[in-house]
Design a binder for this molecule. Structure first.
Ligand code: S3P
Length: 439
């Protein structure tokens, strides 16, 4: 029988060093997709080699796109927007970004194809992309709004551009519409009520698309003739977030994380942490392929409580689990509201984190869409955390263990590789104590 491993993190003395985190998952997936519709070869340096990214890469290869791994970059042979129809389904594993972005891309390309994923992805809502795509006269069949997604051939109705009022703060929905628009003649517009990460807009522009953003309105006009490019993927802020909080809550720690992506719509966590009196500074800020990057310098801090509401949520959506950990060690009562979207992630992260923290000794109150955490600089831990097969729950709670009295064991570490391969190794390199336990 296959041996299962779990991870244990124990109270660590201090974290110190200068390190790099793995490349950005969101940007890596977009780089593969956009390169595939150029006419010619693009080179991608620093592509994240995690499970989620590999599933998008494999799907594009299944669609006839040649992708070669060279010494220190990937070469993508763009087909100008033409895809071959594979005889089997596309499988996107755990990746919400992969499936939603590819569905948008393929829906307007005239091929009939089915997209599937793992158990967690199969329960996540897909009507949010189906609805705008259907307004474009594209047809996607689903199983009551969930996977599998069957993209139907474009037959009677001609695809049309849309003006879409996007009510939820979702970069995946926005990107699905933008990718579909790249093959629909005319101008589509999106009004964002809750602006989210704009990697797709930045990268489409970088590759030469006719895309204009004014305040919260995005307009994309097609046909688009995208030119192949050379690009470098920055470090993933969402991965850096675990190291940032680990440094803040452990004593005598000081860390520099190099070349991290600092897209405005990704770094809401820094704004909140600074209000919590975190000692954080940014140096060496510069721009690469349209994205801001820089070094994040952080040291141990006596945190105070925070108040987080709906407006900033899309700018820190993936960092909420680790922010809850920071709040658990902060002085006072932290209040988080407007958390609806947190429930539709790889797990229902509002419940997963409330259960995990409560069982680890944290004083908290969970309501329908909000959470109140009463922090303390001493947290007990000493329990086995259920991760619900969610990578960010696993990593957040391992970080919790580093500052807790009795440490933390997580029930399953297998999903960490979807976004942060070498999480354990990188944390241990700077002084953390995370080790395997076999069960
Ligand atoms: C992502 C957008 C966010 C985020 C996810 C990555 C992206 O999802 O949670 O991890 O790359 O576009 P939503 O668009 O569902 O908020």
């Amino acid at each position: 029988m296959k041996k299962l491993f779990t991870l244990k993190s124990i109270k660590s003395k201090s974290l110190n060093g200068i390190i790099y985190v793995p490349s950005d998952k969101s940007i890596s997936i977009r780089a593969l997709i956009i390169s595939s519709i150029c006419l010619g070869n693009s080179k991608i340096f620093n592509l994240l080699e995690s499970e989620d990214v590999k599933h998008t890469m494999k799907s594009l290869e299944d669609l006839g796109i040649k992708i070669l791994k060279k010494k220190n970059f990937y070469e993508v042979y763009g087909n100008g927007g033409y895809f071959e129809k594979p005889s089997y389904n596309l499988y996107l594993g755990n990746s919400g970004t992969g499936i939603r972005l590819l569905t948008g891309l393929l829906a307007s390309r005239g091929i009939e194809i089915t997209l599937t994923g793992d158990e967690s992805l199969s329960s996540r809502p897909m009507n949010r992309i189906i609805e705008p795509l259907e307004l474009m006269n594209l047809t996607i069949e689903s199983n009551k709004g969930c996977l599998p997604l069957k993209i139907k051939k474009i037959d009677k109705k001609i695809p049309v551009p849309i003006n879409y009022n996007l009510k939820i703060g979702s970069a995946q929905v926005k990107s699905a519409i933008l990718f579909a628009s790249t093959n629909i003649k005319g101008t589509s517009t999106i009004i964002e009520n809750f602006p989210s990460r704009d990697h797709t807009e930045i990268m489409l522009k970088f590759f030469g698309a006719d895309i204009i953003k004014k305040k919260n309105k995005i307009a994309i006009s097609s046909p688009n003739f995208l030119k192949p490019k050379v690009l470098t993927i920055p470090g993933d802020f969402s991965s850096a977030a675990f190291l940032i909080v680990a440094t803040l809550i452990t004593k005598n720690s000081k860390l520099t994380i190099k070349d991290v992506g600092l897209n405005f719509y990704r770094i809401g966590l820094l704004e909140i942490l600074k209000k919590m009196k975190a000692k954080i500074s940014i140096t060496n800020k510069k721009k690469i392929n349209g994205e801001f990057i820089g070094d994040i310098n952080v040291s141990s801090s006596k945190l105070i409580s925070a108040s987080v509401n709906k407006k900033i949520i899309p700018r820190l959506i993936d960092e909420l689990p680790i922010l809850f950990v920071a709040a658990s060690f902060a002085k006072g009562e932290s209040k988080f509201s407007g958390l609806e979207e947190l429930k539709f992630k790889e797990s229902d992260r509002l419940s997963s984190m409330a259960i995990a923290l409560k069982n680890s000794g944290v004083n908290l109150e969970q309501k329908k869409n909000s959470l109140t955490i009463v922090g303390s600089n001493i947290q007990s831990g000493g329990n086995i955390v259920q991760t619900f097969k969610d990578h960010r729950i696993a990593m957040s709670m391992l970080v919790f263990g580093l500052a807790s009295e009795k440490g933390i064991v997580i029930d399953d570490e297998s999903m960490i590789k979807t976004s942060f391969p070498k999480f354990k190794e990188i944390l241990n390199l700077v002084g953390a104590k995370i080790e395997f336990l076999s069960k």
